[in-house]
Design a protein around this ligand. Structure first.
Ligand SMILES: *[C@@H]1O[C@H](CO)[C@@H](O)[C@H](O)[C@H]1NC(C)=O
Ligand SMILES: *[C@@H]1O[C@H](CO)[C@@H](O)[C@H](O)[C@H]1NC(C)=O
Ligand SMILES: *[C@@H]1O[C@H](CO)[C@@H](O)[C@H](O)[C@H]1NC(C)=O
Ligand SMILES: *[C@@H]1O[C@H](CO)[C@@H](O)[C@H](O)[C@H]1NC(C)=O
Ligand SMILES: *[C@@H]1O[C@H](CO)[C@@H](O)[C@H](O)[C@H]1NC(C)=O
Length: 421
């Protein structure tokens, strides 16, 4: 169950996050699993807290459209129909899972579900995709779609390459995005009365990149908004002064040719890699958007601020494993990252109908998980879970919810259950 749900987090941290989340709730979870195991399968789906397994649908006519995964296989998505008052409301969620920035890297992905639908299976919906009111108080009865990530470039590229053996590699994220949304339009999305585009990590970046395009597919009177969870990647320096995020993005931008999704104003003036950073391109997003990120994002701290290679003595290992073990100098470096994030978000602060939820807990994706999205042990800002803050913002029109927690360790007691690095 942990591995199944943690799939929507980046490769690098998926396993760690999965375990940490489970360990926080281990006794209850074990009781629940035992109870489920003892039930006949027909009643399992109805049991409180049981997983909601949603089948995989492969995109029709994918090859004709050139909308294919890295290996040329058709992309996939999972659709769960809305009900009751949510029958004409839609959430479209973009899966995450880091990026591949070299031919070798992308070739390796072909052998996984992040590069080929041959390896994709049904998945469990929870958190923001759950159909249980107790777990997902506002969106539970909406139509929910999870679009699988198999292009390695945040649904943004449009190019082709060759892998080591001379076989083709397809970088068709943009076509996947367009073709899947087109197919969904024919399945009821076209008559949506309201919609939300969401995603976490590389999918959170994708939700930002495609936000205005998604919005443009609906009539002006239809409320359409975007939610990016843990997708605000910064062009930050690591301990040795290298800009690792920039080198990853630079590889993705060149290999996958992502120019078509970048604001023309930006690429007219700047290096396209710079324009791939949210701090830069959100200036040009006109759709109301909610940004959820930790000021101490565990993926970025672990891979961008203090990656193993920039820390030969491994003096950061214990700090990265548990923020409570950081030295004061390490905490200073982490504060530096948070400060950069908060400054980059000033653009979002100034946009009236935008939402912010910037906590000071050490975490990455929070929306796809029951425990972090909305539960008695969820982190809270302004006494609201992430689910409540997103709902208030979504409903609240021009009154954006803007919560930025103080520096770690702050005074927020709701962090303790969330340490997940
Ligand atoms: C490509 O070559 C690698 C070895 O370099 C091999 O493991 C793999 O199966 C080959 N793939 C194809 C599609 O031929
Ligand atoms: C790809 O990303 C890695 C970090 O994961 C970086 O070291 C490397 O320079 C990048 N390569 C290219 C070609 O962008
Ligand atoms: C994009 O953002 C830049 C910088 O804020 C601004 O000058 C430009 O007018 C914007 N363009 C569009 C199309 O929103
Ligand atoms: C954190 O520090 C404590 C006390 O020094 C130690 O027992 C523990 O193993 C450390 N944790 C990690 C993850 O390094
Ligand atoms: C926080 O919210 C909960 C319910 O969401 C409520 O019971 C509690 O009284 C609130 N606490 C404060 C301090 O407002």
């Amino acid at each position: 169950m942990a591995m199944g749900t943690a799939r929507r987090t980046p490769l690098v941290s998926r396993r760690r996050q999965g375990f940490a989340v489970v360990s926080a709730a281990a006794p209850r979870l074990i009781v629940m699993l035992l109870a489920v195991a003892a039930m006949p399968s027909s009643s399992v789906a109805a049991a409180a807290g049981s997983p909601e397994v949603v089948e995989l649908t492969l995109l029709a006519n994918a090859r004709e459209k050139g909308a294919v995964c890295l290996d040329g296989s058709p992309p996939g998505y999972h659709l769960q129909r809305g009900f009751g008052s949510g029958e004409h409301s839609w959430i479209v969620n973009l899966e995450g899972g880091a990026w591949c920035n070299t031919t070798e890297d992308c070739s390796d992905r072909k052998m996984t579900d992040l590069g080929s639908s041959k390896f994709m299976k049904a998945i469990e919906f929870e958190g923001i995709l759950s159909n249980k009111r107790s777990q997902n108080p506002y969106f539970y009865n909406w139509n929910k779609v999870d679009i699988r990530y198999c292009d390695g470039g945040s649904f943004a590229g449009d190019a082709e390459g060759k892998d080591r053996n001379g076989t083709k590699l397809f970088f068709r994220g943009l076509r996947i995005w367009e073709a899947v949304v087109d197919e969904l339009m024919g399945k009821g999305l076209a008559t949506a009365k309201q919609a939300l585009l969401s995603g976490c990590s590389a999918g959170g970046l994708a939700a930002l990149l495609h936000c205005d395009d998604f919005r443009a597919r609906f009539a002006l009177e239809v409320p359409v908004k975007c939610l990016s969870d843990a997708g605000f990647f910064l062009d930050a320096k690591d301990l040795s002064g290298e800009r690792l995020m920039r080198s990853i993005f630079s590889g993705v931008v060149q290999l996958q040719n992502v120019r078509k999704v970048l604001p023309k104003d930006c690429i007219a003036e700047k290096d396209p890699t710079e324009c791939f950073f949210p701090a830069e391109f959100i200036k040009n997003i006109s759709t109301p958007t909610f940004i959820r990120n930790s000021g101490y994002d565990s993926y970025q701290v672990g891979n961008i601020v203090a990656p193993g290679g920039s820390d030969p003595g491994q003096s950061w290992a214990s700090c990265k494993a548990d923020i409570r073990n950081c030295t004061s100098a390490q905490i200073e470096a982490l504060h530096g990252f948070r400060k950069e994030l908060v400054e980059a978000l000033e653009v979002a602060q100034r946009k009236r109908d935008w939402g912010l939820f910037i906590d000071s807990c050490f975490n990455h994706c929070q929306t796809p998980f029951r425990i972090s999205w909305h539960s008695p042990i969820s982190l809270r800002l302004g006494n609201k879970t992430i689910a409540e803050a997103v709902a208030d913002w979504y409903i609240g029109g021009g009154h954006g919810v803007k919560e930025i927690d103080c520096e770690y360790p702050c005074i927020n007691p709701t962090c303790s259950s969330q340490l997940d690095l």
